[in-house]
Design a protein around this ligand. Structure first.
Ligand code: F6P
Length: 343
């Protein structure tokens, strides 16, 4: 092991910089060279890289985003993409690659392993917390705390104006942010992609709450939630290179229905990318740091095709394929706890 590459792909999230810093620091101790690949898989297609040293990662621990840049590039959807990735991997003289990403980035990593680049190690990230084989991904805790703080703020204004406020949070396939921020922020209803929205049931819950004397309510909805009889609410129908549409707008649609059925004034707040930005929480800094150090240890031991993961409080490694096969959706036992506080 002489030279390791690192890339960050997919949606950014707080905690990526702590991983990069940890990888560089650990590589320095081991005497390995470290190359940063710019903008996810795009950097390996274009051969866009930067040499990383102690100075390049100095001071980045508390910063959100990623100093390497990111993109939603899928080499399998680019003309000659796979060949270019292989060519540049060779040209850069990489002995191993650490790919930091979610289902899409790690899905590509998993395919590349079969297609001639076996020396890859995965590090799981996503604010959605929906990757299997790890209890937590870094980025989630920061997003959760941001969303909770926003719900707290929306509570006081909803209460003063006697309104219902619908808070739309991120969560494409899984409602982890909605469920946990909803519990932490005392939401009166939480709607997630895992369960269809029954508008009549929601309005009945809201009416019951208002008949009890409450004059305001907070409804948290994940962007990927759908009406019982409907489909996703979209901002953009066009698919990205991983086949995803751009979600957003369920909050508006829901608020209109609630106001129409109940007659209560209903407003919407879409938290959007606020949840992905900002300084990582201590939890995400520590998790990112642990993942980064472990990833270099795996490279040292030539444990390729593996992904670092959190199991309880231990950082372990699992088969990369395990993580990208199926998504980790919300634990229904947790959702049942949230439901105790509905209405
Ligand atoms: O994957 C994380 C995520 O934040 C999802 O919750 C959301 O649907 C998506 O990324 C938005 O991605 P983009 O910023 O590329 O539109």
């Amino acid at each position: 092991m002489k030279k390791i590459g690192i890339l960050t792909g997919g949606g950014d999230c707080p905690g990526l910089n702590p991983v990069i810093r940890a990888v560089v620091r650990k590589c320095f101790l081991e005497g390995y060279e470290i190359t940063g690949i710019k903008n996810g898989w795009n950097g390996l297609i274009d051969g866009d890289s930067v040499k990383l040293d102690l100075l390049s990662v100095s001071g980045i621990l508390p910063k959100g985003g990623t100093i390497l840049g990111t993109s939603r590039t899928n080499p399998y959807k680019k003309e000659g993409g796979l060949e270019k990735v292989k060519e540049n991997f060779k040209k850069l003289g990489l002995d191993a690659l650490i790919a930091v990403g979610g289902e899409d980035t790690l899905g590509v990593a998993s395919k590349l392993i079969k297609d001639g680049i076996p020396n890859i190690i995965g590090v799981p990230k996503t604010i959605d917390n929906d990757l299997s084989a790890t209890d937590y991904t870094f980025g989630f805790d920061t997003a959760l705390n941001t969303a909770t703080e926003c719900i707290d703020k929306l509570h006081t204004t909803a209460e003063s104006h006697h309104r219902i406020i619908v808070v739309e949070v991120m969560g494409r396939h899984a409602g982890w942010i909605a469920t946990e921020a909803g519990i932490a922020g005392g939401a009166d209803i939480i709607l997630i992609p895992e369960l269809p929205i029954d508008i009549e049931e929601i309005c009945a819950l809201l009416r019951r709450r208002h008949q009890r004397g409450k004059t305001f309510s907070i409804v948290v909805v994940a962007e990927g939630a759908q009406f019982k009889e409907g489909s996703f609410v979209l901002q953009e129908r066009r698919l990205d290179e991983f086949g995803h549409v751009r979600l957003g707008g369920i909050g508006e649609a829901l608020a209109a229905q609630i106001e129409k059925i109940t007659g209560y004034e209903t407003r919407v707040s879409v938290l959007g990318h606020i949840q992905r930005g900002g300084t990582p929480t201590a939890f995400d800094r520590v998790l990112g740091t642990r993942f980064g150090v472990k990833a270099v240890e795996l490279a040292k031991d030539k444990k390729f095709g593996r992904m670092v993961a959190l199991a309880g409080n231990k950082v372990i490694d699992v088969r990369l394929e395990e993580a990208v096969g199926t998504l980790k959706t919300v634990d229904m036992e947790l959702y049942e706890i949230a439901k105790v506080f509905f209405g």
